[in-house]
Design a protein around this ligand. Structure first.
Ligand SMILES: Cc1cc2nc3c(=O)[nH]c(=O)nc-3n(C[C@H](O)[C@H](O)[C@H](O)COP(=O)(O)OP(=O)(O)OC[C@H]3O[C@@H](n4cnc5c(N)ncnc54)[C@H](O)[C@@H]3O)c2cc1C
Length: 479
């Protein structure tokens, strides 16, 4: 039977006519400069990527020294730092979306935090303070819009004042400069529409557009000719090859094909909302450090009211370890018309990419159901969680959070804006992990997984890039 099959296949192959293949020099449109009209659409940063792309370098260039999975600001900043220190290495950044920075990095408040909220001595404290300095410098060097507009963290009563004092002590211990506690009259002088008992003034807090910063880093990486950013590549499988490398297979998001593959000597995953799942795929411990996702919905001041405040106005933290409460933030985001945003809430989502209330994914709900740390958090903070769910659906409840310290705010002044979904790891007992988490030496030391990078990871990103590169140098024995 087998012999007959072999004879048949040989007959088949000899009976086929033999063609000499001919290859064209170029594909249609290859090398053509992007027209002015298209440039306007893409914006100058991106048009340059297309017109300068050298296909012999970027297409089919599938073996790398380092693969970074996740093209958010943490992955991009890490690639940038590795390249800066080791310019001989060839890198790839794999991103499942059609563009970089499409998830948390592209949908947030855009605040450069000064470093008030983090435990002295933690990596968050250190990288936030250093990262803020690096971020201001990066924006200046690259002509990106950035404003050191300052911030007030307001206490509405004596009880909250204790928190203002705590933030002052903590921020000072973290090395934040220029902090000052001010009284009610001083608040009114700086911000006539804000009424509060006292406030912490942080002059070094600022605003920036992290999506634009990421685009700029991506442009820098592409221009180096050493980094291939592969978008629409969702990493789905990690295997160790016989020559001690990692083969990463994937495909376009949602689709099953065509199969995409790269190999790399070392891998760093920076998967944001999916960091636990990615860790599981690499052989890491996905039972630990499960991600819980929260939607932060924003309103924005209508153009005629956008100057209601001049700086970031935050309430004191609401507790539970989840984000810092509905705040007012002027933005430098040209895409959204330089509006002042009001938000976000922090509503548990039923989907990891739950940008709207009714986005539901069974697998994501199931993951929460099976996560004891999630239950511990939800039960311990039952009122807070229910309040956030209600506030996410009810505009008046949302506004009341802001009216506590901006009493003149009315429903007429605001319109719906956007939402972002944040990833947060909870430890046993339902406590939000208070620091960044990195899982080391996975797959016999070939892989490093970033497992928890919530706020202030955008502010801190350039310093996180340094921290991850330090760790990679040790774990991967880079000289
Ligand atoms: C509403 C909101 C407000 C915030 N405000 C601030 C702020 O003002 N200041 C601040 O410093 N921080 C803020 N943050 C936090 C900050 O946005 C995040 O900490 C930061 O963006 C995390 O960056 P990242 O690169 O780790 O994650 P992301 O930006 O989420 O990037 C991860 C990337 O990995 C990709 N990915 C996932 N799985 C795969 C896979 N299998 N294959 C390929 N790619 C994959 C995703 O598509 C994504 O692009 C805020 C966050 C939110 C949501």
């Amino acid at each position: 039977m087998l012999a007959r099959k072999l004879i048949f296949s040989r007959q088949l192959s000899t009976s086929l006519p033999r063609f000499q293949v001919k290859l064209f020099d170029k594909l249609p449109g290859e090398g053509r400069q992007v027209s002015k009209g298209v440039q306007d659409l893409l914006g100058p940063l991106r048009a340059e990527n297309f017109s300068n792309a050298d296909p012999s370098k970027t297409v089919g260039y599938d073996h790398f020294d380092v693969a970074i999975v996740g093209g958010g600001i943490v992955g991009l900043a890490t690639a940038r730092e590795i390249l800066k220190r080791h310019p001989h290495l060839k890198l790839t950044v794999l991103e499942k979306e059609a563009d970089v920075a499409g998830q948390q990095t592209g949908h947030n408040s855009g605040v450069i935090h000064a470093g008030l909220y983090y435990e002295p001595g933690s990596q968050m404290a250190h990288t936030c303070v250093r990262g803020a300095d690096l971020m201001y410098q990066y924006c200046e060097d690259n002509n990106l819009p950035v404003e050191r507009c300052g911030k007030l963290v307001v206490a509405c009563n004596e009880k909250e004042h204790a928190q203002v004092e705590k933030l002052y002590r903590q921020g000072t211990a973290n090395g934040v400069k220029g902090l000052k506690i001010i009284n009610s009259d001083e608040i009114t002088e700086l911000e006539p529409n804000v009424k509060a008992y006292s406030a912490l003034l942080s002059p070094n807090t600022g605003i920036v557009n992290y999506w634009l910063v990421s685009q700029c880093i991506a442009k820098e990486l592409r221009k180096s000719g050493r980094v291939d950013i592969k978008t629409s590549f969702e990493a789905k499988k990690f295997e160790k090859t016989s020559d001690n490398k990692v083969r990463i297979s994937g495909s376009e998001k949602i689709m099953d094909g065509p199969q995409l593959q790269v190999t790399a000597k070392h891998v760093i995953t920076c998967g944001g909302l999916y960091s636990d799942r990615l860790a599981g795929l690499t052989g890491g411990n996905d039972k630990k450090h499960r991600i819980v996702s929260f939607r932060g919905t924003y309103y924005q001041l209508k153009p005629e009211y956008r100057t209601l405040v001049k700086r970031n106005i935050y309430p004191v933290p609401s507790g539970g370890g989840i984000p810092v409460g509905v705040h007012f933030t002027p933005t430098v985001d040209v895409r959204r018309g330089h509006q002042t945003i009001v938000g976000p809430g922090a509503c548990i989502t039923f989907s990891r990419e739950g940008y709207r209330f009714f986005d539901i994914k069974i697998r994501d709900v199931w993951d929460n159901v099976m996560n004891s740390a999630f239950w511990a958090f939800a039960l311990k903070n039952f009122n807070l969680s229910m309040g956030e769910l209600y506030r996410d659906l009810n505009k008046n409840a949302f506004l009341r959070s802001g009216q506590k310290y901006v009493p003149g705010l009315t429903g007429e002044m605001v319109e719906p804006s956007f939402a972002g979904v944040m990833a947060q790891v909870f430890e046993k007992g339902g406590v939000a992990a208070g620091d960044f988490i990195v899982e080391r030496k996975v797959m016999d030391g070939l892989i490093l997984n970033v497992r928890n990078a919530p706020s202030p990871a955008c502010t801190a990103s350039l310093a996180i890039g340094e921290m991850i590169t330090d760790t990679a140098e040790q774990d991967f024995n880079w000289k």
